[in-house]
Design a protein around this ligand. Structure first.
Ligand code: WT7
Length: 662
């Protein structure tokens, strides 16, 4: 992290204490921190008691063989029963679970817990009829439609781990995920609505299925929801319509209780190598961690609150804080299919007004977009129902935080800046809205039951007022259990830097009060609009293009998206001649950007691609990304003394005038 970033943050002295009424009736009060410290396992056992178990556990935590944790060992539980059946049994069947809002106006559907139970059971019976049994993997490639939630919960019910792949990922990215986890069924739709138009999904599944057809992991069935009605190619060998297979199924399904450590899902995320990691989450601990934190951090009052998390279900936030956490807590929530500007830039605020949303959870990149559009847009709507605001995905800059609190929260609503990761499964560092005097830009303190710290290279805790690496010293219930099929990579990636310490990959600072400010990644991972991308993955996509000899990618800071990928590319000789032809350079850059979109997905398209004659390397051949970041961020070039050839940077900079943006 730069000392500039550190010192900018230390000028922040605004403080926002909790509103008195919220503090007085908060679900979690200040005593929770001490209680959890005094009896760590007892504290988590108490949170586990908030759920319904088949068999109670024998042991809260088995950490005999770190870093392989077992939580609630000996216990049995079914996630779908906890998210659905138990609320119906408690007499809340008529309560709305999901106010689903489609992107086209007047396309909405309220789903009660009783209806959710019927739909989940039908989907579970349908998956069974397609041959899915406990332990089989099911891939889900769907837009934000209710069938996505039905399918996830049906998988959980059967004990068939799901892997949801974000609809923005390409056919290749989908295929590699389906292959890695060996999914035998893919659930998709013809398409979904985005920015006012139907956007196709099934063609990518068709490509992925074709790609895997002759291999070891051929897909057996593709279950297709009709959402947009657009034309689809049909492969009689594998494709079946949802309405043909699911609609007539029985609404009864007898659930089995699964072992607490039974796999619940695999979520792929980018690491520092080209190959995405399948993060494995299991059942009991994950449900305890997500449901407790959802209840504590958002102060959820299930009888009166209307909760809305805007994340796509294709990312971990959609799993933990749209599906499992809120539904386990019996919340009423909004789920919205589309983009915030369709059909107008006030769509989100219109939804808040219509449904009386009280708790709203979104990402800094969205907040910065709304700031740019202007406060007159949200000001046109009645947002007075909102009582807690949340932020997630990247550090929130104090300016965006204060705008959010003032404009969406009427200048008095607490903002919880929640730090966590795909790997952590649950929120770990965050203010509590009824306890914490919050500072704009700080995730503040580890939640009760969480042991986080900031350490130096030696793994020693840094004093207040200094920066270092963000780490966790103790396991937590929703932690990842391994990387799917790769225990060694799990150990190496997260637990090898210091013994039995989890290293998250983030840099952080402790301020003078010991509060934590997360500064961002310290590895070759970038954060674009709250989504994780790996520099190496984009580099390998670029070098897979026949015209590219070598590529280096850096995450450059970007006003809107936090970071944006910027690529430096050396062409093969034949391509150099071609690119030198007048007008050809820009076409080539466009071709390369599209190639990345095809290989990974549109989110990974570099903001800029610079064609360069050389890359800055150390004498040992390591690319000095720091210098490339200087170029991409239009800064003066830093220290070049360790470069093998110090004239390279002059070459790169002089070539920049010929570079091209979109
Ligand atoms: C990375 C995890 C958490 C779900 C969405 C992203 C960054 C996340 C914050 C925050 C500062 C944050 C970190 C982290 N991050 N939340 N509140 N403040 N940084 O999940 O794709 O696994 O990314 O997002 O860098 O390591 P993810």
């Amino acid at each position: 992290m730069t000392s500039e970033a550190l010192s900018n943050l230390s000028h922040e002295d605004r403080r926002f204490p909790p509103p008195e009424d919220l503090a007085a009736s908060a679900n979690v009060k200040a005593d929770a921190y001490d209680a959890a410290t005094a009896d760590f396992e007892g504290f988590w056992a108490e949170q586990a008691d908030r759920l319904d178990w088949g068999q109670k556990w024998d042991r809260v935590l088995n950490w005999d063989d770190p870093p392989f944790a077992k939580w609630f060992e000996g216990g049995t539980i079914n996630a779908s029963v906890n998210c659905v059946d138990r609320h119906v049994q408690a007499g809340n069947g008529d309560k709305v679970a999901i106010h689903w809002v489609g992107e086209p106006e007047d396309d909405s559907r309220d789903i009660t817990y009783a209806q959710l139970q019927d739909e989940v059971n039908k989907a579970a019976n349908a998956l069974t009829s397609l041959g899915v049994t406990k332990g089989d993997r099911v891939a889900i490639y769907l837009p934000m439609i209710p069938e996505c939630v039905f399918t996830m919960l049906a998988c959980a019910r059967l004990g068939a781990p799901h892997t949801v792949v974000f609809g923005g990922f390409s056919a290749d990215a989908l295929a590699s995920r389906v292959e890695d986890c060996g999914a035998k069924v893919v659930v998709t739709s013809d398409g979904g609505y985005r920015r006012g138009a139907p956007s196709a999904l099934k063609p990518a599944v068709d490509d992925a299925v074709a790609k895997l057809a002759d291999g070891e992991h051929a897909v057996e069935h593709v279950l297709v929801v009709r959402r947009t009605g657009q034309d689809v190619a049909w492969n009689d060998d594998v494709d079946v319509w949802w309405h043909d297979v699911v609609d007539d199924q029985s609404t009864e399904h007898e659930p089995e209780m699964h072992d607490a450590e039974h796999p619940l899902y695999v979520m792929y995320t980018s690491g520092t190598t080209g190959k995405p990691k399948g993060i494995l989450h299991t059942t009991g601990g994950y449900l305890v961690g997500t449901s407790y934190t959802h209840w504590a951090v958002f102060d959820l009052k299930p009888d009166t609150d209307v909760y809305w998390c805007t994340a796509d279900v294709g990312w971990v936030t959609g799993h933990s804080y749209m599906v499992y956490g809120p539904l386990a807590n019996g919340a009423t929530q909004v789920m919205y299919e589309g983009t915030p500007d369709s059909p107008h830039k006030g769509r989100w605020w219109e939804i808040i007004e219509k449904y009386g949303v009280t708790i709203f959870y979104t990402a800094p990149t969205a907040i910065r977009t709304f700031m740019k559009w202007g406060r007159e847009i949200p000001d046109k709507f009645d947002l007075s129902s909102v009582r807690v605001l949340g932020s997630v995905g990247e550090p929130i800059n104090p300016e965006a935080y204060v705008w959010y609190r003032d404009t969406i929260g009427a200048g008095k609503t607490p903002v919880v800046d929640t730090w966590w990761q795909t790997e952590t499964g649950q929120i770990l560092i965050s203010p509590l809205p009824g306890v914490t005097e919050a500072k704009p830009g700080s995730a503040m303190t580890p939640l009760p039951g969480i042991d986080a710290d900031v350490v130096n290279d030696e793994g020693e805790s840094v004093p207040d007022g200094s920066g270092g690496y963000l780490i966790l010293r103790k396991p937590w219930p929703a932690m990842l259990r391994t990387i799917w099929g790769d225990d060694e990579r799990y150990k190496d990636t997260y637990w090898s830097r210091w013994p039995n310490v989890y290293f998250a990959g983030d840099g952080a600072k402790k301020d003078e009060d010991g509060d934590i400010w997360v500064l961002g990644r310290v590895d070759d991972v970038m954060n674009v609009s709250g989504h994780r991308l790996s520099t190496t993955e984009i580099e390998s996509a670029l070098v897979s293009h026949p015209k590219v000899a070598e590529a280096a990618v850096v995450g450059a800071s970007d006003e809107m998206t936090g970071q944006a990928p910027c690529a430096f590319v050396i062409l093969r000789e034949t391509a150099v001649e071609e690119a030198d032809e007048p007008g050809e350079g820009a076409d080539l850059v466009q071709e390369l950007r599209n190639h990345v979109a095809k290989e990974i997905g549109a989110i990974a398209k570099p903001r800029q691609i610079l064609i360069v004659p050389e890359l800055p390397k150390t004498r040992s051949g390591k690319i000095m990304r720091r210098l490339l970041r200087d170029v991409a961020e239009n800064r003066e070039i830093g220290d070049v003394t360790t470069l093998a050839d110090s004239s390279v940077m002059n070459l790169i900079q002089s070539g920049m005038s010929g570079s091209s943006d979109e």
